[in-house]
Design a protein around this ligand. Structure first.
Ligand code: HAM
Length: 402
């Protein structure tokens, strides 16, 4: 037996997972502050729901298989197509506009590298059912606000799919790789797809000459009116976004200061996707945070708060005959709203219990020895500065909740 995980699939041990929860909680609270509501969809969908919606690359990288009942199924590749299915399926029950957030793993059979996994978390916000420019601008605003709350200064690269609509998808797939493989690489690929060098050069030159559309300018105005800085948006005519379903504004987020090629998230308007499922076009716009890349970036920049550990106190056990005092004290502390861990084995020396608390980063321990029991007190020891104070349990609750 190989004791290992599959390539591109990861475990998250507590120290790492706490950081992920920190980011998740901030994102969720910003999403809710703009009126977005939670949604969850299944990991597995019928293959036909997902296939053909993303383009060549998506169809290739999708995990597809036959389930035990002989059905053709696929793993969630993003959260936009499942959302579109949900909208079509529950149309009469959903409020319009439908503003939802969704935080779930997605699966892509990619070549793995740093920041590129096969199972990763996306955090999506989408607004369905309106063409209002404020819905596009608001998505940008939520994203900007989220990164600000996380402590990251970001830049949006924006473009309009309308500018690219005459270019066949197969060429767009190659153009999308400009940053990755450079101009020569793109010219080479376009050549392999049948374009003469001169035509390919012309295509690239024409793109470089395109200007912001009126639609983009109006969205930028709306973004400004919402109170967000215009300087955080940068028109990039070469921004393609690999997915087939976009129809209007497209955008991607990079760090303002460094590594401008690492996309921390991306999105755009897709007005024709839901129509594939509902027979009636329903406009929509949204964005997905590449959660894992956000966490990694924050780690690299060292901007996580120092102490993310959530247990506030360890109640130690002094001896077998005083065990019950500790058990009762731990319940009382918890009732008082203090995150409390109770030591579980009276046969282990107190010194070891203190070491355990210290190694886990628990800031306080409570010790209840014979003297404390006699006086109806407990000893509260602050492990950081090694100071201890005799207090009543209420006193401990008061001190630790302040
Ligand atoms: P996407 O650009 O395919 O868009 O993915 C969004 C983000 O997910 C990327 O910017 C990147 O940060 C992250 N990501 C993509 N692939 C990987 C990977 N293999 N490992 C780690 N992170 C990755 C979408 O999926 C659209 N559904 C976004 C959207 C929502 N458009 C409208 N609404």
């Amino acid at each position: 037996m190989n004791i290992q995980t599959l390539k591109g699939f990861r475990d998250f041990l507590p120290e790492e997972y706490r950081k992920r929860l920190y980011v998740l909680n901030i994102l969720r609270s910003v999403f809710e502050s703009f009126g977005f509501e939670p949604l969850e969809t299944p990991t597995i969908e019928y293959e036909e729901i997902l296939m053909g919606k993303y383009g060549e690359e998506g169809d290739k990288l999708m995990y597809k298989f036959e389930d035990n009942g002989g059905r053709r199924v696929a793993l969630r590749y993003d959260q936009t197509v499942p959302l579109s299915r949900v909208v079509a399926q529950y149309q009469s029950q959903l409020p319009i506009p439908f503003k939802r957030y969704q935080i779930q793993p997605v699966f892509r059979a990619e070549n793995t590298q740093k920041g590129r996994y096969r199972e990763f978390i996306q955090c999506d916000i989408d607004t369905v059912g309106t063409n209002s420019l404020y819905s596009d601008a608001e998505i940008l605003a939520v994203v900007f606000e989220s990164f600000k709350k996380l402590g990251l200064e970001v830049l949006f690269k924006i473009n309009d799919r309308a500018l690219l609509k005459d270019i066949p998808n197969k060429y767009l797939t190659s153009l999308d790789k400009l940053e990755k493989i450079g101009r020569d690489g793109v010219l080479n690929e376009l050549g392999n797809k049948g374009l003469e060098t001169q035509q390919a050069n012309e295509l690239l030159n024409n793109i470089s000459k395109s200007k912001e559309t009126e639609n983009l300018n109006k969205i930028i105005e709306a973004y400004k009116k919402l109170g967000y800085p215009k300087e955080s948006l940068e028109f990039d005519p070469y921004l393609i976004r690999g997915l087939d379903y976009y129809t209007g504004i497209i955008f991607e987020v990079v760090l303002r200061s460094e590594n401008k090629s690492l996309s921390l998230g991306g999105g755009g308007r897709y007005d024709n996707l839901i129509g594939i499922f509902s027979k009636q076009d329903i406009p929509a716009v949204g964005f997905a945070f590449g959660f894992d890349r956000v966490v990694e970036t924050m780690e690299e920049l060292n901007i996580f708060p120092e102490d993310l550990y959530t247990t506030e106190v360890l109640v130690t056990i002094f001896s077998t005959d005083l065990e019950e005092e500790s058990v009762k004290a731990s319940s009382k502390l918890r009732e008082g709203g203090i995150n409390t861990e109770l030591w579980l084995d009276a046969n282990i020396k107190l010194e070891k219990q203190l070491k355990y608390a210290d190694s886990k980063g628990i800031p306080y321990v409570v010790i209840i020895g014979p003297d404390e029991t006699k006086n109806g007190m407990v000893m509260l020891k602050d492990l950081k500065n090694n100071k201890q104070t005799a207090l009543s349990l209420d006193g401990v609750i008061q001190k630790l909740s302040s």
